[in-house]
Design a protein around this ligand. Structure first.
Ligand code: GAP
Length: 457
């Protein structure tokens, strides 16, 4: 299976089995928007729930937030996003294709990172290296132009009276502007964190590669508030927690690497950033990031809002603005990397078996009950009723048992539970393991325990 093939196979499986569909498809779609179908919704939600458990509810030093997508536009001015949240684009003069200048250069030249370079420097790199348009091969581009990624919309029904606002480009800012309220209401002591998961929007110049880069995406982010002198220790700590998370969610850590941002590439707020990259079929790409944001955001918000955003240290009687380490996790990107890690094909009795070896934590269904014949549907349904309150269980009655196994393999269901004629007599069912395809007879009364002991939830 070639890498390009793998991507095509995943996109096709996602459509066929109800993970991800092109957005507004019956109207010809809307470029780079995707809708999550029944399986994709469950997978995405399970990943988010696992993240929330690992980073929030399993800890005493983390609290949650669910803030509004729309914020006072001053937030984005003060955070520096209005001035600095930019990308440069070039147009091919021959075929009119639009490209992000940094991606064009990075895809053409090995191991070069150009984020943060001025448009004139990007033009020079394109010119000097004779970089060609990936779409038509011409070497004739417009000069690089800078675009702001913040997504603008209007509040107010009458266009001429309405005021422009931004859909949030990251979650972090709502954690900073709510810092004081959270500190006062939760009475947490440093170090502590605020976590949030939700939608973000960016006017990306060149979205693409399926759900990898989209204009609307889900993010999971946490701001970890600390004393300045401890930042290096906490940066290392969070990089290590991020690596543990890869195993929790089932992202193949052998396909990941850490890449430090060099000085020019650092975001306007960051003193150090390291990305966890994943080796995708379209190259090494950013999966997650960890940034030392210093006290840049809280300091600016304090200055411009006039609200004190300081922390009082009861041990030293000192007041100071905390510094921040920020681990950030694309949720929709996680979905893609989980799928890329889990997709597998093998030959079984002369046929290709496609199987998603999803981590049991995040699989849309943990088990599926399959009555062998229609006549057994009513009795088999009683088994489903016993399992459904404890974990997501499918009840699959259509097609031959072989076809149903294949369908459940393709959506990553760890266990198929077949109810046959013997089940009526021996009060037992056959449990088939997705990965080994081994089958075992299990008493119905102990089925729930049998399955639960194999889940890591
Ligand atoms: N608060 C820091 C921040 O937003 P970022 O590197 O710009 O940092 C965070 O974005 C994460 O969001 C990335 O590591 C990536 O997983 C995800 N991400 C960024 N842009 C995205 C897009 N257009 N589509 C999908 N995911 C995206």
């Amino acid at each position: 299976m070639t890498e390009v093939n793998l991507m095509e196979k995943i996109v096709s499986l996602c459509k066929r089995r109800g993970f991800v569909f092109p957005g507004s498809e019956i109207y010809g779609g809307l470029a780079n928007t995707w809708d999550y179908g029944p399986m994709g919704t469950a997978l995405k939600k399970n990943i988010q729930d696992a993240w929330w458990k690992f980073f929030v509810t399993d800890r005493l030093d983390m609290v949650g937030l669910d803030a509004a997508v729309l914020m006072n536009p001053k937030v984005w001015e003060v955070s520096g996003h209005v001035a600095s949240f930019n990308d440069a684009l070039v147009d091919c003069k021959k075929c009119k294709a639009r490209h992000r200048a940094d991606h064009l250069i990075e895809d053409a030249l090995d191991d070069i990172k150009v984020e943060g370079l001025e448009p004139a420097d990007l033009d020079k790199l394109i010119e000097n290296n004779k970089i060609k348009c990936p779409d038509c091969g011409a070497h004739d581009f417009t000069k690089a132009r800078v675009f702001n990624l913040l997504f603008q919309t209007l509040i107010g029904p009458v266009a001429k009276d309405s005021s422009p606002v931004y859909l949030r480009g990251e979650l972090a800012q709502s954690m900073f502007v709510n810092f004081k309220s959270i500190l006062e209401s939760s009475r947490k002591k440093l170090p502590f964190g605020i976590a949030q998961a939700g939608k973000c929007f960016r006017n990306e110049i060149t979205p693409g590669n399926f759900i990898f880069r989209t204009i609307e995406f889900d993010l999971m982010e946490l701001e970890w508030f600390i004393k300045e002198e401890e930042w290096e220790k906490w940066f290392d700590y969070w990089m290590s927690e991020m690596h543990k998370w890869l195993d929790v969610v089932g992202i193949d850590s052998k396909k990941t690497r850490v890449r430090e941002h060099d000085k020019k590439e650092l975001s306007h707020y960051s003193k150090r950033t390291a990305d966890i990259e994943f080796n995708t079929p379209f190259g090494w790409k950013e999966l997650y990031g960890c940034a030392y944001r210093t006290n840049f955001d809280l300091k600016n918000h304090q200055e411009k809002s006039g609200e004190k955003l300081e922390y009082f240290d009861p041990e030293t009687n000192e007041k100071f603005i905390p510094h921040v380490i920020e681990p950030t996790f694309g949720l929709t990107r996680s979905v893609l990397m989980v799928l890329l890690s889990a997709y597998d094909e093998e030959e079984v009795e002369g046929e290709t078996r496609v199987v998603l070896r999803l981590n049991k934590n995040v699989a849309p269904f943990k088990a599926a009950v399959l009555p062998l014949m229609t006549k057994l549907n009513a009795d088999a349904k009683q088994v489903w009723k016993k399992l459904a309150p404890h974990f997501a269980t499918d009840f699959d009655v259509t097609g031959s048992i072989g076809k149903r196994y294949r369908r459940q393999d393709e959506i990553g269901t760890p266990y198929c539970v077949t109810f046959d004629f013997d089940s009526l007599e021996d009060k037992a069912v056959t449990v088939r393991d997705r990965d080994t395809m081994k089958q075992e007879r299990v008493k119905i009364e102990s089925l729930q325990d049998y399955l639960t002991k194999n889940f890591n939830v």
